[in-house]
Design a protein around this ligand. Structure first.
Ligand code: PNW
Length: 484
């Protein structure tokens, strides 16, 4: 059946129906993260991570009181995952390493051989099928023992992270050419930092994550780059913003700088440091609130220089856009975010479906940061459970179209595009309700059976034909082929 669809679409392509070509050199893949798919939370000598502890101790804060104890059981079923990726024709697969699977108690003196073996096996399996591993060191699941001494608000975390990264580079670095240090530091500090939910802590958390990233980047250059020849980068979440009255470009820019720019400016801008508008606004607001100094910590000039340029590519996660307007003293940015009531949404309440916003973000990154190589490492739609995910096909098509236009018309340097996610996963506090997968997972059954959704068939055709196939055409041909 697959062959029939391919053949028909190929004929269609020949017959002059206008389809957009996938730019040569753009690698297409899919993503997951350790806690969201692995399960095996206490397999062998694995240590307890913050997410293990949080879901077990605060289960009332998670939908359906669920947890990632088993998740997709990828710890045991990684070969099946790689087979799914291969059958989809994926060119790369992004996953993350679980800190406590490698260093059960956080100490680099105590490396888990079983943990290392798991990732070696996964990476070998990917290489067997020519799928490039793109590996994140930290996707929010650090050792619980570190949380008990303050987590990312504690400066010591910087060196703990460097020690962990060194072990991972040493053990896995000969087989991995693309590393990411931290996934979406700001989202972690804003929504998932388990400490007290105050602004000062949020800024300190991001400050330490930024420094930790830069230290790992430089450590790799010093100790591994000559032998391993890999790239190291960071992954930032960048939304797009539209001003509510249509003319307040300043509001759009402030919103961008307080989100994406917060860590992009120190790393990717010519002058480095936190964005000027952010330094100014947080200082003013801190004073207004009675603080004696700004809640935003200062970066010294030596840190500014050290952090500047510390990423070989811009790892971009993009999903959505918001409306914005200025409201002084509402919060430090003075920005109120809202949705346009006419916008369609995914099942995640923050996910407004605005494909054009993706193109905007890519152009903003090109302009602000001198057109760095961009690896899109997450983009996708949440739906309810099910296999016939036409909404997802349409979402991916429309977003990819805007990205391709940004590449071909505007010269944006996008080199990788990665769908979130390969599988339905443990979607943090939404647990198993919000499904982002190209592949459906049955979480009600211990076998965690995987079933490719329609979108994975569509993506397979896109990748093999290097054409952005229109959803309607795909469905027409798919239905026709199903009767053959
Ligand atoms: C990302 N928002 O998080 C994470 O990297 C993934 O682990 C997660 O599963 C995925 O997106 C889908 O949620 C986000 O509020 C968290 O806009 C919040 C937002 C966006 C992405």
């Amino acid at each position: 059946m697959k062959i029939c669809v391919g053949l028909l679409l190929w004929l269609l392509g020949r017959s002059g129906v206008d389809m957009m070509e996938i730019p040569r050199g753009l690698s297409i893949g899919a993503s997951t993260s350790a806690y969201q798919v692995e399960g095996g939370w206490n397999a062998s000598d694995k240590g307890v991570s913050v997410w293990d502890a949080f879901t077990h101790e605060e289960s009332s804060l998670i939908k359906d009181r669920e947890n990632g104890d088993i998740a997709c059981d990828s710890y045991h079923k990684y070969q099946e995952d790689v087979a799914l990726a291969k059958n989809m024709g994926l060119q790369h697969y992004r996953f993350s390493v679980s800190w406590t699977r490698i260093l059960p108690n956080g100490s680099p003196e105590n490396v888990s051989r079983v943990g290392i073996r798991y990732y070696k096996n996964l990476i070998d399996e990917l290489h067997t099928y020519g799928i490039e591993p793109v590996v994140t060191l930290y996707h929010w699941d650090h050792p619980q023992s570190f949380e008990e001494v303050g987590g990312w608000a504690n400066d010591n975390m910087i060196d703990y992270f460097v020690e962990y990264a060194r072990v991972v580079f040493r053990e896995l670095g000969s087989r991995v050419k693309i590393w990411s240090t931290v996934n979406e530091p700001i989202i972690y500090c804003q929504f998932f930092d388990f400490g007290m939910n105050d602004d000062t802590r949020k800024y300190r958390c991001a400050h330490n994550l930024l420094k930790a990233h830069a230290k790992v980047y430089h450590m790799y250059q010093r100790e591994f780059k000559d032998r391993q020849h890999g790239q190291v980068g960071i992954v930032l979440l960048c939304h797009n913003y539209y001003s509510l009255n249509g003319i307040d470009a300043e509001a759009e820019d402030i919103a961008f700088e307080f989100g994406c720019g917060w860590l992009a400016n120190p790393i990717f801008s010519k002058d480095g440091d936190y964005p000027a508008v952010m330094k100014q606004k947080v200082a003013e607001e801190s004073k207004y609130q009675g603080f004696t100094k700004s809640k935003l910590p200062k970066l010294s000039s030596s840190w500014i220089e050290y952090i500047k340029g510390s990423s070989d590519y811009f790892g971009l996660n993009h999903y959505t856009s918001f409306m914005v307007e200025q409201h002084p003293h509402l919060n430090d940015s003075g920005i109120l975010k809202s949705d346009n009531p006419i916008w369609k949404k995914g099942v995640s309440d923050w996910l407004n479906i605005i494909p054009e916003g993706f193109g905007e973000v890519l152009r903003i990154i090109k302009e602000k940061y001198n057109n760095p190589p961009v690896y899109v490492l997450e983009n996708g739609l949440s739906t309810t459970a099910g296999i016939e995910d036409l909404d997802r096909i349409k979402f991916l098509h429309d977003y990819m179209k805007q990205m391709i236009m940004a590449i071909t018309h505007d010269g944006c340097n996008v080199q990788k595009y990665t769908v979130w996610s390969l599988l339905d996963t443990f979607e943090w506090k939404e647990a198993y309700r919000n499904r982002f997968g190209l592949v459906h997972v049955d979480f009600t059954n211990n076998r965690r059976m995987r079933t490719p959704k329609l979108s994975s068939k569509w993506l397979h055709e896109v990748i093999t034909q290097r054409q952005l196939i229109k959803p309607d055409e795909f469905m027409k041909q798919f239905r026709a082929a199903s009767y053959v």
